[in-house]
Design a protein around this ligand. Structure first.
Ligand SMILES: Cc1cc2nc3c(=O)[nH]c(=O)nc-3n(C[C@H](O)[C@H](O)[C@H](O)COP(=O)(O)OP(=O)(O)OC[C@H]3O[C@@H](n4cnc5c(N)ncnc54)[C@H](O)[C@@H]3O)c2cc1C
Length: 303
């Protein structure tokens, strides 16, 4: 197809790039080599390989002398140890606050918003945003991470205690397990009752102050042990990739190979959810495209 003097060739798997004397010479595809004065490698990361991004470009960049920061999952769901998490599969929690802690008690990060329970653990916007830093702790320190969910972040402990007391009073003759409807989603109630170790069958007016205290702790800090991230193939974005030190940020051209450009997720650039990764791909793609076209024109004029 020819449009604006550009030929677009689809459905061809590129096998590599041909470089001679630190200058790009061609693109290897099919049986032959497509000669070129400039080329942009924009093969994406290694996430969601079904979309075509299988990490091919890393080998080409490595062969060109570039350093590759080991690719790892960027925005990715997290695997939990507790069996009860699986019982909550499909439950979406809004307006909660999640905090992640290292084993020494220091906080990794904290997010407020929406999360989701799955058959393996947790996902949803705030979990994905937290997953990059949590993944670093999981893999660099080889330790589990404690994820604490505040189910009622808008209420102080005192206010929540008063609220709990009020509901237990209102439903004083009901069984305890049937008295939390106004405070929790239905699916979560049996889990919280079991974790509280309070006899769910006893009347609410029999719940002691100590038991109410335990309940309060669960509401303010529902603890989940994170043991792993899901694999990179399930990550929304790949962290790591072509080291940006080897790229000229004004043009996206390789500092090692003339005429070779990089753009998008193949680079060691990744961001939070919210369009930052798409924006990075669009911006670097635009810049690489403009710069490569300028270089190609200059080459054409010299010939
Ligand atoms: C499910 C999902 C949801 C996402 N949601 C968001 C979001 O809400 N906001 C956000 O900012 N980002 C989001 N992202 C991330 C965003 O889509 C990527 O960061 C962005 O698409 C990267 O663009 P790219 O062009 O660098 O790579 P890609 O979009 O991965 O494109 C790379 C292309 O190269 C092709 N290719 C690879 N190897 C070869 C080869 N050897 N020969 C020929 N072609 C090849 C692939 O087929 C593919 O078409 C999401 C990603 C996924 C998977």
């Amino acid at each position: 197809m020819l449009n604006n003097s550009v030929e677009i060739i689809c459905k061809h798997r590129v096998q590599g790039v041909e470089i001679e004397a630190s200058q790009i010479k061609g693109i290897k595809a099919g049986e032959g080599v497509l000669p070129c004065a400039t080329a942009i490698i924009a093969t994406g990361g290694m996430s969601y390989p079904g979309t075509g991004s299988t990490g091919d470009g890393y080998d080409w960049a490595r062969a060109a002398g570039h350093r590759i920061i080991p690719p790892r999952p960027g925005l990715v769901p997290l695997v939990a140890n507790e069996e009860w998490v699986k019982e909550l599969q499909g439950l979406n929690l809004k307006n909660v606050e999640a905090s992640a802690y290292r084993l020494d008690g220091s906080r990794i990060n904290q997010e407020f918003g929406e999360m989701l329970f799955t058959h393996f653990g947790v996902s949803g916007p705030i979990i994905l945003s937290m997953s990059r830093d949590i993944g670093e702790v999981l893999y660099s320190r080889q330790e589990t991470v404690r994820l604490c969910i505040d189910l009622k972040p808008a209420l102080t402990e005192e206010k929540l205690d008063a609220r709990l007391q009020r509901d237990l009073d209102i439903y004083s003759r009901r069984q305890f397990k049937n008295s939390l409807d106004r405070l929790l989603p239905k699916k979560l109630i049996p889990v919280i009752v079991a974790l509280s170790a309070i006899d769910g069958n006893k009347e609410s007016n029999q719940v002691t102050r100590v038991e109410r205290r335990k309940l309060l702790q669960l509401f303010k800090s529902l603890e989940i042990t994170i043991t792993a991230t899901r694999p990179i193939s399930e990550a929304i974005v790949t962290a790591g990739g072509v080291e940006v030190k080897g790229i000229n940020p004004k043009t996206m051209e390789s500092k090692l190979v003339k005429g070779l450009y990089f753009a998008g997720e193949i680079l060691d650039v990744d961001g939070y959810t919210g369009g930052f990764n798409l924006q990075a791909a669009f911006s670097t793609g635009y810049l690489a495209g403009k710069s490569a076209a300028n270089t190609a024109c200059l080459c054409h004029l010299k010939q």
